[in-house]
Design a protein around this ligand. Structure first.
Ligand code: SAM
Ligand code: SF4
Length: 334
């Protein structure tokens, strides 16, 4: 019953990303449309259901949980869930509990997150310019996010910045961002913009800034050492020798990382996506709600993992976006 989860390609599944809400206090242009319709509350897993599902995965060998959304810190009562997961950190069953956030609510939550065992947070930030920040997030205020980052560091959380590389938008801030992160002791990861949920009103090919170009530009100023580190995900890392900083590159479109994939994604409605780039998913909410016994739920999880595909089909190479996903990033949490 408790045998670990191994997929058909012999990859152990040890990492679960949990989206706890589809809502957000921002409307980033590459992630959401301006007028989003959000799910009715009854569709969402309750905090108790999120706890039960996460606990089931931990019982099956998941050692790392990343909480995401939408914006995870706008989910009402979210600390109840984090505090619940802290018990798995205490037993050692869970090795890491972490979250990806836009940072807007960190002033409120940083100390509580640190107290329940969170050690690191990823904060998404694409620009250090007020006006551009308002443009890209539509609803966000840069000052609030910067204050949230201060709060996280004051609480002793390690902060990593995630920046979506956007041609013509933040190309000119590459070194400003690197220097700012270095001065604050923060690592920085760049993400290539992905063809998710394109509504046709913005052309993502126009925004696509290949990270190999970004990296070449970095190498003009710094000497870079390739790091062997692998996280089982799409990130590759280099060290900037001059600053000691670690820089990550998430290149799902130009680099095939699927062979070492160790992760699955749970949406806030209990759908399990076995691959970020494929439509196939398994409904875990039905077995969860059908019985207070976990056996049907665990059977459904195992059946889903047995269908995990070898990889995704994203491809920008022919200058048309193929393998494109109609789903929004806020749905699966990125
Ligand atoms: N709201 C939180 C945040 O912004 O960090 C968590 C959820 S957000 C969907 C997770 C990550 O996905 C963010 O770093 C965001 O920049 C990234 N993201 C959203 N849409 C994307 C896209 N089309 N391509 C690449 N990254 C995207
Ligand atoms: Fe919200 Fe994060 Fe999507 Fe921006 S990227 S709209 S902050 S969920």
């Amino acid at each position: 019953m408790n045998a670990p989860l191994i997929d058909p390609f012999a990859r152990p599944i040890s990492y679960l990303r949990v989206s706890v809400t589809d809502r957000c206090d921002f409307r980033c242009v590459y992630c959401m449309s301006e007028h989003m319709t959000f799910l009715p509350k009854k569709e969402l897993l309750s905090l108790e259901e999120l706890d039960r599902l996460s606990t089931a995965f931990i019982g099956l060998g998941v050692e790392k949980l990343r909480i995401t959304g939408g914006e995870p810190l706008v989910r009402r009562g979210i600390m109840t869930y984090f505090n619940g997961m802290a018990r798995h950190l205490e037993t050692g069953a869970l090795r890491e509990l972490t979250l990806t956030t836009n940072g807007s609510q960190l002033r409120r939550f940083a100390a509580d997150l640190a107290a329940c065992g969170v050690r690191r947070v990823n904060v998404s930030l694409d620009t250090l310019d007020d006006r551009k920040f308002a443009e890209i997030t539509r609803w966000g205020r840069l000052a609030q996010v910067l204050d949230g980052i201060d709060a996280a560091q004051e609480a002793g959380l390690r902060v990593k910045i995630n920046t979506v590389a956007l041609k013509g938008f933040n190309e000119d801030e590459l070194f400003t961002l690197v220097d700012w992160c270095a001065a604050r002791g923060m690592d920085l990861t760049f993400i290539e913009v992905m063809p998710m949920g394109d509504l046709g009103n913005e052309n993502r090919l126009d925004q696509y800034w290949p990270l190999k170009d970004l990296r070449a530009r970095l190498a003009e100023r710094f000497s870079l050492t390739e790091l062997a580190e692998r996280t089982g995900g799409p990130a590759r890392y280099v060290r900037i020798n001059e600053t000691g900083q670690k820089i990550g590159f998430i290149t799902p479109l130009t680099h095939n990382f699927c062979e070492s994939c160790n992760r699955v994604r749970l949406t806030c409605t209990g759908e399990l996506y076995m691959c970020l780039g494929q439509e196939d998913m398994a409904d875990l909410r039905a077995p969860l709600r059908a019985s207070t016994d976990d056996a049907p739920l665990i059977a459904a999880i195992r059946a889903a993992i047995a269908r995990k595909p070898r990889g995704h089909d994203f491809d920008y190479s022919r200058q048309t976006v193929t393998g494109q996903m109609p789903r929004h990033m806020s749905h699966t949490g990125g």
